[in-house]
Write a protein that binds this ligand. Structure first.
Ligand code: G1P
Length: 291
């Protein structure tokens, strides 16, 4: 069973400045919920009971978001706003514990995951990158946990991307594809299109065997001079295997302006509080544009 999940949230979020000058990018809201809460809820749905946030200086608000807020709760209670009270109280899903560790320096995603090792221990664990928002039913991590029961080893969420985009992602060297699952013999971080073994790219969801920690411990730098999670996975494929799952659902790269806006539009069109008004607004826009 996969019970623990690591959420690396120490990054600076420079691609959406100035919004992220003070606000951690994972607190950017998509309609009414911050990105981090989508990831936490996705993890809880998948059976995760212990979540480790890997934070950094200036990102303590992320931890605050999951604490109780007695003053706010008292006010809502006094005013009889029970719906809002429920919302304010349930940022941390029932049965889930959220703790935080610090990444003392920005040495890369692999290093961030390694910082969670004391909490993760020696069991297989999940990693979710909250700025990859995935809207799916069931959630992407639940789909992965179900698949992992068959494949074991390392399992990553994958999606095909245009060849000119491979240098933004970890890319799988695929051996065999069966249905939604691609078995891989290698993985490279942000290759040039001419060097890419495929266009099957890793999206920010992983289920990892703890053997990755043996490699991360060596603190070897990879692409961009950073300690890469991709390299630690690639170096341990021979020991535990690697598969990619083509998940069902839509992924938004909320680390970019266009991806973030697309997420808001889609979510607003399916949220009961906003769907009708936003749909009407978009229709009116189309009419204006056609005119
Ligand atoms: C990270 C990983 C990369 C993965 C991507 C998914 O890159 O290093 O392998 O494909 O997340 O979003 P980053 O987006 O942090 O540069």
């Amino acid at each position: 069973m996969i019970r623990k999940a690591v959420l690396p949230v120490a990054g600076m979020g420079t691609r959406v400045l100035p919004a992220t000058k003070v606000l951690p990018k994972e607190l950017l809201p998509v309609v009414d919920k911050p990105l981090i809460q989508y990831a936490v809820e996705e993890a809880a749905e998948a059976g995760i009971t212990e979540i480790v946030l890997v934070t950094a200086k200036g990102k303590d608000l992320l931890v605050d978001h999951f604490d109780r807020s007695p003053e706010l709760e008292r006010q809502l209670e006094e005013r009889g706003k029970t719906d809002l009270l429920d919302i304010a109280r349930s940022t941390c899903p029932r049965g889930v514990t959220i703790t935080a560790v610090r990444q003392p320096a920005p040495l890369g995603l692999g290093h961030a995951v390694w910082c969670a090792r004391p909490v993760v221990g020696d069991q297989p664990f999940a990693v979710l990158l909250p700025d990859d928002l995935i809207l799916g039913r069931p959630g992407a991590l639940k789909q992965m946990v179900d698949q992992w029961a068959d494949t074991r080893g390392h399992l990553v969420a994958v999606e095909n991307v245009p060849l000119e985009h491979v240098s933004r992602y970890g890319i799988l060297d695929v051996v065999e594809e069966r249905g939604q699952v691609a078995r891989a013999r290698g993985m490279v971080e942000k290759p040039r299109p001419e060097d890419a073994p495929s266009t099957l790219s890793v999206i920010g969801r992983y289920i990892l065997d703890p053997v990755v920690f043996d490699v991360l411990e060596r603190r070897q730098k990879g692409q961009g001079g950073e300690i890469q999670l991709t390299d630690a996975i690639a170096a341990t494929i021979a020991r535990v295997g690697l598969a990619g799952l083509r998940f069902q659902g839509t992924r938004y790269d909320c680390g970019t302006k266009a991806g973030y806006v697309a997420a808001i539009i889609d979510q607003a069109l399916s949220h009961p509080d906003t769907a009708a008004a936003v749909y009407a607004h978009i229709q009116a826009l189309n009419i204006r544009r056609a005119a």
